[in-house]
Design a protein around this ligand. Sequence first.
Ligand SMILES: Cc1cc2nc3c(=O)[nH]c(=O)nc-3n(C[C@H](O)[C@H](O)[C@H](O)COP(=O)(O)O)c2cc1C
Length: 646
Amino acid sequence: MGGFTLRNRVAHASIVTRFVQNGQATDPLIDYYKSRARGGAGLIVGEPLAMINANKDPRRLRVYDDEGMASLERLAEAVEGHDCRLLGQAQDPGRGRHEAGRNDSAIGVTALPDDLSWTVPHVLSTTEIRGVIEEWARSCARLKKAGFSGIELSSGHGHLFHQFLSPWSNRREDEFGGDLEGRTRFLRELIAAIRAECGRPFIIGTKLPGDDGVPDSIDLDEARLIAAEIAATGEVDYWTFAWGAHARSLWTHLPNAHGERAPYLKDIAQLASVAPEIPAGALGYITDPNEGEYAVSENLADLVFLGRPLITDPAWPEKARTGQEAKIRYCVSCNTCWRSIIDGNRLECDNNPRVAEPDEAFWEPSPAGKKKRITVVGSGIAGLEAAWVAAGRGHEVTVIGQSGEPGGKTRVHAELIGGENLSSIYDYQYLTGKRYGVNYQLDSAGTLADVLATEPDEVVLATGAKMIPPAFIPQEYIDEGFVEDLRSFVLPFIGRKAGEAGRVVIFDEDHTEMTYAAAELLADNFDHVTIVTPRERIATDCTLVNRQEIYQRLYDRDIEIVTSCVPVGLDDLEEAELRVANVYNGREQVLSDIISITYSTARRPLDELQAPLEAEGLVVHSIGDCHAPRSVLAATREGYRLAMAL
Ligand SMILES: Cc1cc2nc3c(=O)[nH]c(=O)nc-3n(C[C@H](O)[C@H](O)[C@H](O)COP(=O)(O)O)c2cc1C
């Protein structure tokens, strides 16, 4: 490919890590990529680089002049030294912006607003376009000099190159706009300029748009025509295709368990068939080695790109190659990674608390100085993480869990629509714990006596948290079990489509993904589901892509959303009506045909064992929701960190 032979077909798709500082590589950046090269990928497409003067984003490695050469060389050496080819990525967001606000320094194709941020960019003149093409090509030559094997041109996802290709965003009247030839000219000239500057061997790959989900923009037919034009340059060494754009379709570039696995595989093969001589990359929600194997063995793709799965387990390729699939820590497609970088933080993962640690690939816990007897109370994901890591360090570990099955509340979420991947978190923890000899005492009441019977040196409390009933519900309704929290209320409906009459109201002061997955399940079981929330919109604790998809799904199921309101005067449960009042002006409206009310609210820790255990003179640690109710990310991270400190 491009004058190189790859050691295998597994490729790391480009992922922004936010480990770059002031345009320079940091240790975590080097460690992140080195681990993925050590872990067995044959090709790594790195993150977008600062390659032109119009985009000197200090969160990107500096390539626009020679000041960043040492960083680039360091990165190239770290990756290429493991027989893994490293590519840079050329990308500019153009008018696009994911974060709140507008992009003040946007350059673009036409003076039209971005679909999400409504940023109107500075329109590049014909001369400026030729200038940036030259700059990108010169920067590619710097990359080659630093030891990179090539470049990927990010031409999908709604970014600048995509904006040139799309008839929706490109309304230019010069030679870079108009018909297909005009709209593809930018990318074709860029490819030609890079080849002229870098020659061979040098890989030029591109990520083109598949269906971008924007009306009057690029559908599969248009994508095919574009692909054929780009292929005709004769200089593309591989390609892949991405879905969505900077628009309401953004979420489609990160598919998950709400849809089928590897959903774009066949469409990618179709698009790539316009030029079978160009190696094609499968991309999108391929998490299991079997799915990659299928893509290759059925001739649907030549390369298998993995984005999120390699964040979760850098050694995925090598474990797959050596038949150790059961030891892979699998991506659960929750998009916490995406959330972390969009929020401006360093890359994080719900199912990998060790992202960018120096020894991340193939990591096994290091032996503890002093072996102790540790009892973990609670078999949710915080407790299970602490248990397997502590056992891996040589401690004698017992887990006491109330439920007969491990996983805690994450297990409930995993059983809801689209949640199935979450089981990979507790399955991995539980099985790895078994491998290290954890003694699981499940189905146990978990009383003080049960804990003391294990004769622990130290106790880890990971007993979770419980939703706090909202004030509008009379206490006796809670005590009598007439009104339950959403996690309890939803249980009897799992796996059912009951078709019950009437309306269920969910009072939502949670705003995380679980609430909406439960709402969907209830919509499959009742005539109407209404979500009432005091905030101005729902899903505020879900990242943009997840929120877009949640809205899509809720509207598809006709779930009603009542914002800026709280229920009032819930005096008689026999009444089929519920009054809700606007939180800003108190004006009321009545919801009729009510059959049930449930609530999804903030939680309080279930830490009742802490004081009695301490009174017994024991060292007691609390983690996860039991320490303070938070997220899956906090639970796995805290379980890991505590176990490393024991
Ligand atoms: C955290 C995160 C950052 C990403 N950054 C980029 C990027 O900078 N450039 C790019 O082309 N794609 C980027 N992507 C998209 C991925 O390359 C890939 O297309 C997408 O994640 C689908 O593949 P997957 O299902 O294997 O994760 C990013 C995705 C995630 C989750």
